[in-house]
Ligand binder design. Structure first.
Ligand SMILES: CC(C)(COP(=O)(O)OP(=O)(O)OC[C@H]1O[C@@H](n2cnc3c(N)ncnc32)[C@H](O)[C@@H]1OP(=O)(O)O)[C@@H](O)C(=O)NCCC(=O)NCCS
Length: 174
């Protein structure tokens, strides 16, 4: 079987994305209206991509990038495929697009209790810059704010040491 591939997310992906969104984020899942609204802002200020493997949608990610600052808005991978580099593939594609759009820095928020995602971001060169108390609703969980320079490659990118199947900074879906 071939590895995961990336392409732009379109409205025809919404059913699969919403299904995954509900499984992964539960009560904090985005609604169809919200996601459709986000896709409506492509390409001006948003960039949404999906990862496919064997014809199935296995992950997706979205970013706000217009001007100097880029923000990771969402990233998710099907639970059964965690730890195989798909999250890294999505994240490095967002970084590549932010670079193309001329953003200088990239920010994201991650749940304080989401250690796995924090490890992924640290691996790709993000560091903690603050805490937003009670950011995630309705649970009231704190968010850790992380950032990195878009231009400066992280140690992970420089070493090019990937897991099997990991394609660092593939250049995105387009
Ligand atoms: C967070 C998430 C997107 C990561 O996706 P993933 O496909 O498992 O990510 P990867 O396989 O690329 O990397 C994750 C792991 O690999 C590590 N990693 C990534 N590249 C690596 C490399 N080349 N060598 C060693 N470790 C690496 C990360 O630090 C992390 O560590 P772990 O496996 O020891 O826990 C996924 O777990 C998910 O969907 N979680 C639920 C939704 C979520 O939390 N989203 C983030 C909201 S802020």
């Amino acid at each position: 079987m071939t590895g995961p591939s990336l392409r732009a997310m379109t409205t025809s992906d919404l059913p699969s994305v919403l299904e995954l969104e509900a499984v992964i984020f539960g009560e904090e899942a985005w609604s169809r209206e919200m996601l459709a609204g986000e896709l409506g802002q492509q390409p001006a200020s948003r960039y949404y991509i999906v990862a496919e493997e064997g014809g199935a949608l296995v992950g997706y990610a979205g970013m706000l990038a217009a001007g100097d600052q880029a923000d990771v808005l969402t990233i998710a991978v099907t639970t059964s495929r965690w730890g195989r580099g798909i999250g890294s593939l999505l994240l490095t594609a967002l970084l590549a697009e932010a670079r193309r759009r001329g953003s200088a820095e990239m920010f994201l928020e991650v749940r304080a209790d989401n250690v796995r995602a924090q490890r992924l971001y640290k691996w790709w060169g993000f560091s903690e810059v603050g805490i937003r108390r009670g950011y995630y609703q309705p649970s009231g969980t704190d968010a850790i704010v992380m950032r990195r320079d878009v231009a400066a490659p992280s140690d992970a990118e420089l070493s090019a040491a990937g897991r099997p199947g990991l394609v660092p900074d593939s250049g995105g879906a387009r």
